[in-house]
Design a protein around this ligand. Structure first.
Ligand SMILES: *Cc1c(COP(=O)(O)O)cnc(C)c1O
Length: 468
């Protein structure tokens, strides 16, 4: 609908809005304020129905626009990336930033925030390598000869492929041609890395002889990919890793392994499931192995490469690394993550592991305590039920972690309204809806956030019931 001439005349001038906004935000540059004002005026012209401006008087329009502008600026100042409370029970939730990190670790970031010895060897005073801060720890923990880290596992895979397989054939089993969330598709990753894809075998069966018959002088490497987010079951076959490694080495080829989540002994056996351990893959003689820092490892976003020194060094000297390297903060956080694995109680020290290992009994108890703390009139809306928690991010695709959660059961409270209002709280609370009922899973709620969650549940229920 075209706004009437009359309405356009009632809109305040940029100048007028600017002077009142400058009074409220004297520290903000005038040209930023002007841009914001013009955007809002444009919106008002295009859509007078917004804020019911069309029916308002000249003064009312000005007041409405001013308060909208001031809300918008305050929201901008606060920043769009904010803390949320994860009540979904999905531990490695990609949308919510994957592995949660212990807030107290942030202290160590403050220490290095101004200057630090990122690329300075303090002993000799000479230029150092930023990866020196990680390689020793990675060697100790994984048993590999060498290791370092890049921006994420996708980058690690590209770097390994580009280093060993550029303009050569990289052999991969059809059963491992994976696609994982966020557009990581192996055929495309291979192409982008400059490799020629050489598929072998079939989706369900690949034999050693398929590898054997495919290796020739154009071959650069064999790639093995852990199918993180699915499982091939039934009439299947793949050769033992040791057999593939022996064959490759016999023919002078390196083996690259994209392990994905990459578990340490702490997380390799969860609830009856199994995720291959980095150390086991190293022991099998694989030349280069990559895995994520923010999946089962429980640290910041990073891609870790470990393996034989010769190949790790070749990756580290690839010019691509310049575009994939980590900054000081991620190196520090990753160092801190790796250090936790030195302690006997490592799983108590890593938030993701605490959440993954919480038992059904423990979670039931937490639910009971949560309900008991809730104002009595709201308790009746919830039921405690056994429900599976999920690992998330493709790790342990078929695994259901035995757990318990709170289910909101009420004729009066609509699930979609409740979950939306919870999402609009400060901090926002993210829940999930199952069978048209809201479920709150405390597995992923930090204990120190429980009182906040309780307050938000009460506030939201009060609001929804008052509207009845
Ligand atoms: C998750 C995953 C990746 C991508 O890792 P990011 O850290 O998300 O870049 C690659 N390969 C496998 C097998 C994965 O599971």
């Amino acid at each position: 609908m075209q706004p009437s001439k009359n309405f356009l005349k009632k809109l305040p001038s940029t100048h007028k809005l600017l002077s009142s906004l400058e009074d409220e935000f004297p520290e903000i540059k005038a040209d930023i304020l002007k841009k914001l004002i013009n955007q809002h005026l444009e919106q008002a012209r295009e859509n007078p129905a917004l804020l019911n401006l069309a029916e308002k008087s000249k003064d009312e329009i000005e007041i409405a626009l001013r308060s909208r502008l001031s809300d918008a600026l305050r929201a901008l100042q606060r920043g769009t990336l904010r803390k949320v409370i994860n009540a979904t029970g999905v531990v490695l939730h990609t949308g919510l930033g994957r592995a949660p990190i212990e807030p107290s670790w942030m202290e160590s970031l403050k220490e290095i925030s101004a200057y630090c010895n990122l690329e300075l060897d303090l002993a000799s005073g000479k230029r150092g390598q930023r990866n020196d801060h990680l390689s020793y720890l990675l060697r100790l923990l994984t048993g590999a000869e060498d290791g370092f880290a890049v921006n994420n596992n996708a980058a690690a895979v590209m770097l390994m492929l580009n280093t060993l397989g550029y303009q050569k054939e990289v052999i991969i089993s059809r059963g491992e041609m994976i696609e994982i969330g966020g557009s990581f598709r192996l055929p495309e990753v291979m192409k982008a890395s400059g490799c020629i894809l050489r598929e072998i075998g079939s989706t369900n069966k690949t034999h050693l002889r398929d590898y054997e018959e495919t290796i020739h002088e154009q071959s650069g490497a064999i790639l093995i990919c852990h199918p993180s987010n699915y499982e091939v079951q039934g009439f299947t076959h793949k050769p033992a890793l040791e057999e593939v490694v022996a064959l490759a080495h016999d023919r002078g080829l390196p083996v690259i392994y994209d392990l994905g989540s990459g578990s340490m002994p702490e997380t390799s056996h969860l609830a009856g499931g199994y995720e291959p351990e980095v150390n086991a893959i190293v022991r099998a003689g694989v030349d280069l192995i990559s895995f994520s820092g923010d999946k089962l490892l429980g640290g910041p976003q990073a891609g870790i490469i470990v393996g034989k020194r010769e190949y790790v060094q070749r990756c580290a000297q690839n010019h691509l690394l310049r575009a994939l390297r980590l900054d000081k903060f991620m190196i520090k956080l990753l160092q801190q993550t790796l250090l936790q694995y030195f302690y006997k109680d490592s799983s108590q020290r890593i938030l993701a592991h605490q959440a993954l290992q919480a038992s059904e009994q423990e979670l039931k108890k937490r639910c009971e305590n949560f309900l008991n703390a809730l104002q009595p009139e709201f308790r009746k809306f919830f039921q405690i039920e056994t429900t599976p928690g999920r690992v998330g991010s493709g790790a342990y695709p078929l695994l259901h972690l035995p757990g318990a959660a709170l289910r909101l059961q009420s004729e009066k409270v609509k699930a979609s309204r409740f979950s939306k209002l919870m999402r609009l709280q400060e901090p926002p609370v993210i829940t999930y809806i199952e069978d048209e009922q809201v479920v709150l899973d405390l597995r992923t709620v930090l204990p120190q956030d429980e009182p906040i969650l309780k307050e938000k549940v009460e506030k939201t229920l009060k609001e929804l019931l008052a509207r009845e």
